[in-house]
Design a protein around this ligand. Structure first.
Ligand code: SF4
Ligand code: FES
Length: 246
């Protein structure tokens, strides 16, 4: 059913009932998001997709991934309020993020990097040491886990649980100490585990084998990713396709 909504002062006739973030993106607004994915639905944990909802009582910030498109909505996506909220979310995500970009497999196609350039672009104000988490953790035959790079968007957890039917990852701990981890003593060995590498908006799950000859943007000679792939994996043909950016 067609309904009318207002976006940035302009009225549009759109299909009602879908997720607001999809409609705004279809209208060309390019709403930043980490945890939302059209195939996984909303989770509401990253807060990056905030927009202003304008009502009689003024504008208020709220996330757009978990709201349905309904008649009469009045949305502003580029107010100062929205820009400040996006910059603040990005700054929080980068608080303890390692400075790995020069060696990260995802550099050049990393959502966190792109959003930093688009919405933050500030030097750090941090005066204390970054919180350390485990790096290059062996979690299964196809990939390793870098807990410091993870932005805890929960996409990989939801994909394995809801689509692959194998709950093999979860987020443990709280606050700045929260971290992504497999279950104790259980490897991540789902045949769909490599899909999570492509779903991940950052480079926290480097695949042990890549069909990319060298990291994007690099002029160096082709190299193998670290840590070295196991024999059994190397002999099989594991392929990465370009990620579906959403
Ligand atoms: S590993 Fe990637 S997909 Fe999984 S929760 Fe962390 S950032 Fe999200
Ligand atoms: S994309 Fe909406 S809260 Fe993460």
């Amino acid at each position: 059913m067609s309904i009318k909504i207002t976006v940035n002062g302009q009225e549009y006739e759109v299909e009602g009932g879908g997720w607001l973030i999809d409609t705004l993106n279809a209208l060309g607004c390019d709403i930043p998001h980490f945890c939302y994915h059209p195939g996984l639905g909303p989770d509401g944990n990253c807060r990056m997709c905030q927009v202003d909802y304008v009502t009689d009582r003024g504008a208020r910030l709220a996330i757009s991934c978990n709201a349905r498109v309904s008649d009469g909505l009045n949305i502003v996506t580029d107010s100062e309020n929205v820009k400040r909220a996006r910059a603040a979310v990005e700054e929080f995500l980068l608080l303890n993020h390692p400075l790995d970009c020069p060696i990260c497999d995802k550099a050049g196609e990393c959502t966190l990097q792109n959003y930093y350039m688009q919405h933050d672009m500030k030097d750090t104000r941090q005066e204390f040491k970054r919180f350390k988490k485990r790096k290059a953790r062996d979690i299964g035959p196809t990939m390793v886990l870098d807990q410091e790079r993870c932005v805890l968007c929960d996409r990989c957890v939801r994909f394995l649980r809801d689509w692959a039917g194998q709950e093999q990852l979860h987020i443990a701990g709280r606050g700045h100490g929260a971290f992504l981890t497999p279950f104790p003593g259980k490897p991540v060995d789902s045949p769909y585990s490599l899909n999570t590498v492509d779903l991940c908006p950052v480079g926290r799950l480097p695949a042990r084998i890549s069909v990319l000859p060298y990291p994007p943007g690099s002029s160096r000679e082709p190299r193998r990713r670290v840590p070295p792939a196991r024999e059994d994996v190397r002999s099989r043909s594991i392929q990465r396709t370009r990620p579906f950016t959403a």
